[in-house]
Ligand binder design. Structure first.
Ligand SMILES: O=C(O)Cc1cc(O)ccc1O
Ligand SMILES: [Fe+2]
Length: 435
């Protein structure tokens, strides 16, 4: 059995969407061709296509892997209980026009690995039509050892809130801690170890076009999330023989198959279809240096475009430390209604639109066209404070923004940690009008 790497000896390959080349054993990659009659070291060659063969060059994603056994070498998948995992289309409860907020998600009783601890909040679109998203939270207390996961339904954007994750994937290992994010593409096998014993966080499962960097328009060639800060793993493999379980999410259902070897047996690979991580501290925040509160699209880290120009299937947006300097400006978010649906979570600190009740590990959902904005305490404070330069610090909130309303699971809609009276945060906002 070979399972070598620890979190400390990990090295990464830099660059968003780059064509990387990596060998865990020198000489494992065939030079000059992808598919020689016999691949080096007795390995099997296999292509993993994340986009259609014929997708335009600038969006085409594929990786060639050189592995101990072809991934085809496995038995039958059988459906298993899906726990708290659901997929779109969801029709468990009516679409709810209320603003909703949840307390921090409790850890399940007993031990739960990452898959056991996945809890679907809601979804939109249609998993089989490869459009829309599901939003999940996870709370895990046990590492996956002889158990692997693969999501054929979407790529998974992981936002850890508590505890690091060691993601052992087919293409190598990523160590991801709160303040960082990771994306695991659809169809890649992986398992999750918990270096801190427990871990909790958020997942955007993107059924649609792969997440990419947003256009920068007049911002120019630099800024927001920069290409070079996205890190893919170096090749690392497990040479493990013996019964292991592979759990596959396929069409919204969990399926299980027994393999007689670890599916993480890729010794070398080259290509641009890879898992990756990104440290949100590297995000260059752009904001006003004159007046008014800009639209939060300037805080977009990654976007999944839809076929409608400028209208994302999903955006991943962060509210990171930054200076507020706007003159004669109400500096927190304005009151608003938005056709796009806004699901928010908090990694740490306090979010500047909510004085109380929005907590790390908790979440809010402002579905399409629901009225929201600063709570009463925030309004009072921000509309009267002296407008000296102010640093928003020690905080990291984020938003999964998606173009279709989000249908909740009945479990999320009736969860014990759903706050009973979120509307009250806007009580006490009174008329100031005088003519
Ligand atoms: O609702 C929210 O708190 C998110 C948000 C932040 C912001 O600065 C502007 C609009 C917006 O929806
Ligand atoms: Fe909003």
């Amino acid at each position: 059995m070979t399972r070598t790497h620890t979190a400390t000896d990990l090295r990464y390959l830099a660059g968003f969407g780059n064509h990387h080349v990596t060998e865990a054993i020198p000489g494992a990659l065939p030079p000059g061709r992808n598919s020689p009659q016999r691949a080096p070291l007795g390995l099997y060659a296999e292509q993993l296509s994340g986009t259609a063969f014929t997708a335009p060059r600038n969006t085409n994603r594929r990786t060639w892997v050189y592995r101990l056994v072809p991934s085809a070498a496995h038995g039958k998948f059988i459906p298993i209980a899906s726990g708290s995992v659901r997929a779109a289309p969801l029709r468990e409860v009516p679409l709810d026009p209320n603003r909703l907020r949840w307390d921090p998600m409790p850890f399940p009783p007993g031990e739960a690995d990452f898959v056991d601890g996945l809890f679907t909040i809601g979804a939109n679109g249609d998993v089989e039509a490869q459009t829309g998203v599901a939003i999940h939270q996870y709370a895990a207390s046990k590492s996956m050892v002889d158990r692997y996961f693969v999501d054929a339904d979407g790529e998974m954007l992981l936002v850890p809130e508590a505890g690091a994750l060691l993601l052992r994937t087919e293409l190598g290992i990523l160590h991801v801690k709160p303040g960082e994010i990771a994306v695991v593409p659809r169809g890649i096998r992986w398992r999750v170890e918990l270096p801190d014993g427990r871990a909790r966080g958020y997942v955007l499962e993107n059924y649609g076009a792969m997440l990419t960097l947003p256009e920068l328009g007049p911002i120019g060639a630099n800024g927001l999330a920069n290409h070079r800060d996205f890190l893919a793993p170096e090749a690392a493999f497990e040479d493990v023989t013996g019964a292991v379980e592979v759990v596959q999410k396929y069409g919204g259902t969990l399926w299980s198959a027994e393999y007689d070897h670890s599916p993480l047996d890729v010794v070398a690979w080259h290509g641009n279809y890879t898992p990756y991580k990104y440290d949100l501290a590297n995000f260059m925040v752009v904001g006003t240096v004159s007046f008014d509160h800009p639209d939060p699209s300037i805080y977009t880290v990654l976007t999944s475009p839809s076929e409608v120009p400028g209208t994302a299937n999903a955006d991943f947006v962060i509210f990171a430390p930054r200076w507020l300097v706007g003159e004669n400006t109400f500096r927190p978010p304005w009151y608003h209604r938005n056709i796009m649906t806004e699901y928010m979570g908090l990694v740490h600190g306090v979010y500047d639109a909510k004085a109380e009740g929005f907590l790390p590990g908790g979440a809010s959902l402002h579905n399409s066209f629901t009225s929201h904005g600063p709570d009463e305490a925030t309004y009072r404070q921000a509309s009267t404070r002296a407008l000296v330069p102010q640093k928003i610090d020690d905080t990291l909130a984020f938003m999964f923004e998606t173009r279709l309303p989000l249908r909740l699971t009945s479990a999320a809609a009736s969860a014990a940690h759903l706050q009973p009276n979120y509307d009250a945060v806007w009580h006490g906002i009174t008329k100031n009008f005088s003519s």
